[in-house]
Design a protein around this ligand. Structure first.
Ligand SMILES: NC(=O)c1ccc[n+]([C@@H]2O[C@H](COP(=O)([O-])OP(=O)(O)OC[C@H]3O[C@@H](n4cnc5c(N)ncnc54)[C@H](OP(=O)(O)O)[C@@H]3O)[C@@H](O)[C@H]2O)c1
Length: 163
């Protein structure tokens, strides 16, 4: 299982149910990584998407505790057990845990690879990803190029679970 996230230098990921910054190159990277695959998101992250619509060309699985939640364009899983059963239908390597903070936290220990885009600036945030640099069980396995866009520098990295 994979996870994919963009963080600032404090591992902040969002504020007021939105991303900290929108970076076209990063959105393209996210699209390339997840198109044709399966993304798992919390109900709040779905609501943060433009027009609250799922992302196209991939399976969007939404986790909620609300049994009345209905949305024909996504796969709705009410609770972790329903999600576990749903995920059995897919190959582990095709699954991308895609936020937000609550969902990342619950699945972090099950992930083998975490695609982290690190922004070398900080922003006011109210949601965070765990600081992987402080964990012994994840190490950087791949370092991508640096980019500069909208006045911020950022880099694509992949953290791998230490076997
Ligand atoms: N930087 C990034 O890469 C990135 C990516 C994605 C999102 N984000 C940001 O993250 C923020 C949203 O994160 P968040 O933590 O507030 O919300 P979230 O994780 O997106 O969604 C939380 C909701 O998911 C459902 N949920 C979570 N755990 C569950 C479980 N075990 N069983 C059933 N349902 C469960 C609940 O929905 P119900 O309340 O419906 O029961 C809960 O309220 C936004 O600011 C967003 O922009 C950032």
């Amino acid at each position: 299982m994979n996870s994919i996230v963009i963080v600032d230098e404090n591992w902040g990921i969002g504020r007021d149910n939105d991303l900290l910054i929108h970076l076209p190159t990063e959105l393209k990277y996210f699209k390339e990584k997840t198109e044709g695959k399966v993304i798992v998101i919390g109900r709040k992250t779905l609501e943060s998407f433009p027009n609250k619509k799922p992302l196209p060309n991939r399976t969007n699985i939404v986790l909620t505790r609300d049994e009345t939640f209905a949305n024909d364009s996504v796969v709705v899983c009410v609770g972790e057990e329903a999600l576990k059963q749903e995920l059995e239908k897919y190959s582990d390597e095709d699954i991308f845990i895609s936020g937000g903070a609550q969902v990342y936290k619950q699945f972090l220990n099950q992930c083998d690879h975490i695609y982290v885009t690190k922004i070398f600036s900080s922003f006011p945030a109210d949601r965070y990803f765990e600081n992987l640099d402080e964990r012994e069980d994840f190490k950087i396995g791949w370092t991508g190029p640096c980019h500069k866009e909208n006045g911020v520098e950022f880099q694509f990295l992949r953290y791998d679970k230490v076997k």
